[in-house]
Design a protein around this ligand. Structure first.
Ligand SMILES: [Zn+2]
Length: 231
């Protein structure tokens, strides 16, 4: 009773706001308000084998399936949610994205055989600075819906890299190609792994992770991101 009183008191002074627009949430809304939810642009890629994200990897990696769930646009709602997650430490924003991804993949025939979720690793120094790995938070949101286990200690990032955003595709590839390492390949032998990232742009990071994961014999890999460029 007393605890309830304290929680009510806290929400009176720190009311919950929408992670995508900052407006106050109504009691029946959670994390993201209804009008922002309507503005999130679904790609529908999770239900289609041949889609622009999957095509981006043709001739680079062999994936069972690949998708981004929402279209990323500058100043759009998805960008705001990812910004909240990465730079403001708003884990709820990441869990929201993950649960929405989980619902979409659970309803798709392409992801039914997934055994384990592997978030794209961050270098420990960056985790220390940020406090968490944003892809791992998204992965836990996916797990809430699908119950797929999340593996965070097998695929590791061994080298810290400079920010990717201002580099060309070739420069990005040079930057990431050798930085991931699968520590215990046997653990993922014969498994269907879902690699998870926040945003897919050129796909270099995912490609480098996939190369490291291929050390596991008989592994199958799929990819899912919260957002991808319109294409
Ligand atoms: Zn909103």
């Amino acid at each position: 009773m007393r605890l309830r009183f304290i929680t009510d008191l806290v929400s009176l002074f720190y009311p919950e706001v929408c992670a995508a627009c900052g407006h106050l949430l109504f009691a029946h809304e959670k994390t993201v308000c209804l009008s922002c939810r309507h503005l999130l642009a679904d790609t529908g890629y999770e239900g289609v084998q041949d889609n622009p994200v999957a095509r981006m990897y043709w001739g680079r990696c062999r994936f069972e399936a690949a998708c981004g769930i929402y279209f990323f646009s500058k100043k759009g709602k998805v960008q705001h949610l990812i910004h909240e997650l990465k730079y403001k430490g708003n884990r709820e924003a990441g869990l929201f994205l993950g649960t929405e991804m989980g619902k979409k993949m659970a309803a798709s025939a392409l992801y039914q055989s997934v055994d384990v979720v592997v978030p794209v690793p961050l270098h420990p120094k960056k985790i220390h600075k940020r406090g968490f790995n944003q892809s791992e938070i998204i992965a836990h949101g996916i797990q809430e819906i699908t119950s797929w286990p999340v593996s965070t200690d097998n695929l590791i990032r061994s080298v810290a890299t400079a920010t990717q955003t201002k580099k060309s595709r070739t420069a990005r590839w040079e930057n990431v190609k050798d930085i991931f390492l699968l520590q215990r390949p046997g653990d993922l032998a014969g498994k269907h792994v879902l690699l998870v990232d926040d945003v897919i742009t050129t796909g270099s990071t995912i490609e480098a992770c996939a190369i490291a994961l291929s050390a596991a014999p008989g592994i199958k890999i799929s990819v899912a991101a919260a957002a991808c460029a319109p294409g």
